[in-house]
Design a protein around this ligand. Structure first.
Ligand code: AMP
Length: 434
């Protein structure tokens, strides 16, 4: 089989690495890929994965490439091409592609769509309303006493969510989005949710239009600095599984979230084939969905695929063809930890082109994989080319072991200004749910 993977981050490196282990694959491209993806080889025939210089949002370019190379399956990593309708376009042309179609991708592309859907189908979520007028929005914020989260409706590179603790702060957030239009069209409508207290976990479910197979739990670390201080980022590290969701809570999530979600999709004629990634807050009154994403999480993918024992090509094929019911997902009982190494200054501005050393030494450690996110190749060197640079991932029989192994690898890698959190998974190793 010939495969094309779309995207260029750590998530896509993890997808390529795992897909490359499948004996079904004879050739693989990644558009546009990164410095780490370019070094991956297929397990079946030792061929190198080729990076091709086509942007993830260049739909005509991607289509022409897939047609020219007679690609058998295209795998979409990021949310933007999904929201732009890459799946619909490929399918119209008779090409096989894995990912949510444009209607299904609305769960992520429009928070208002997702919120309304949850309310229509009784899925537990935060109390919320959708607004396009500042006055009405401010009245709702006053009702919530200012303890709320103001979110741009559309895709805003993970930046369109403002957590507020006072009426004044929330009013400013509303003005920012609806009056000053800082987020452009993405913020033309906003959704305001009550602020939920609890432990936040990431869930993933692979869907085939009929069934949804839930992954084990994982947890991301969104803030830039230790102890959840600093700015929100795309994710500074993950681990799996988490000790926070009990088996009873997971069953409750299957029953109260996935069940009504699948039923709702069927009722509304939404053919969801792809990955559903709900962000869930475990509150005192049970699990509540904060948002839906329509693709794999980054850096959740790095820990999930490190633990997955199935052939990923077979899983994605089953997701496309609607035959997932026949397959059991198999997970290693090992724990996995991913520590993100970022450029100094991220998520603000940062320098690029810094030479990275120690990659070979880190990669040679047992049960360790250094996934590249923002890297490029310059001659024989690998240099930084993005905010999140590497996802250093390790597996071990328990969480402390995986954490220690991931940090042992991190300690071998150097580049100017490298920044990473020292407390990935620390919360899981403390007693209690704090
Ligand atoms: P979202 O993109 O909607 O998941 O929001 C980004 C982050 O904001 C989440 O990962 C949470 O940490 C936080 N957040 C979003 N909604 C809420 C909420 N209703 N209550 C508390 N925190 C929230």
């Amino acid at each position: 089989m010939k495969l094309l993977v779309i995207g260029s981050g750590g998530r896509e490196h993890a997808l390529v690495w795992k897909l490359a282990q499948s004996p079904h694959i004879s050739q693989m491209w990644c558009a546009p890929g990164n410095g780490g993806i370019a070094g991956e080889r297929l397990r079946g025939n030792n061929a190198l994965v080729e990076c091709v210089n086509i942007g993830a949002e260049d739909l005509p370019g991607l289509l022409a490439f897939a047609q020219e190379k007679k690609v058998d399956l295209t795998v979409v990593g990021p949310d933007n091409p999904l929201a732009l309708g890459v799946v619909d376009l490929f399918q119209e042309k008779g090409l096989r592609i894995w990912g949510a179609n444009k209607r299904a991708a609305q769960f992520e592309a429009s928070k208002a769509f997702a919120q309304d859907f949850m309310e229509r189908h009784g899925i537990p979520t935060a109390r919320a309303k959708v607004f396009s007028e500042p006055a009405a929005a401010k009245a709702f914020v006053a009702e919530l006493n200012g303890r709320c989260v103001v979110k741009a409706d559309g895709l805003a590179l993970g930046k369109g969510v403002l957590v507020c603790t006072s009426i004044q702060e929330a009013d400013q957030a509303i003005d920012e989005m609806l009056v000053r239009k800082t987020f452009g069209a993405a913020g033309a409508r906003i959704i305001i949710q009550e602020f939920l207290e609890g432990v936040e976990i990431s869930l993933h479910a692979l869907c085939d239009g009929k069934v949804a197979k839930l992954f084990p739990t994982s947890q991301d670390h969104k803030r830039a600095l230790d102890d959840d201080q600093g700015l929100n980022t795309g994710g500074m590290g993950t681990y799996s599984p988490t000790p926070f969701a009990t088996d009873a809570e997971l069953e409750q999530i299957e029953r109260a979230v996935l069940g009504p979600w699948l039923k709702g999709c069927a009722t509304e004629g939404l053919d969801y084939r792809g990955l559903l990634y709900p962000g869930v807050m475990l509150t005192k009154s049970g699990p509540k969905v904060l948002e839906f994403n329509a693709r794999f999480g980054d850096p959740e993918t790095q820990v999930y695929l490190t633990r997955l024992e199935n052939d990923l090509v077979e899983l994605l094929e089953a997701s496309v063809s609607g035959t997932l019911a026949n397959i059991d997902l198999k997970w290693s009982s090992d724990a996995a930890v991913c520590v993100v190494m970022a450029s100094g200054g991220y998520p603000g501005s940062y320098a690029r082109g810094k030479v990275i050393s120690g990659l070979a030494e880190a990669g040679a450690l047992p049960n360790t994989k250094v996934f590249h996110a923002g890297t490029a190749r310059r001659g024989h060197e690998v240099v930084t080319s993005g905010g999140r640079v590497l996802g250093v991932t390790a597996r071990a029989k328990d969480l402390p072991g995986a954490r220690d192994a991931a940090y042992a690898a991190v300690d071998k890698i150097k580049f100017d200004g490298a920044h990473f959190r020292r407390d990935i998974a620390a919360r899981a190793l403390r007693p209690g749910r704090s």
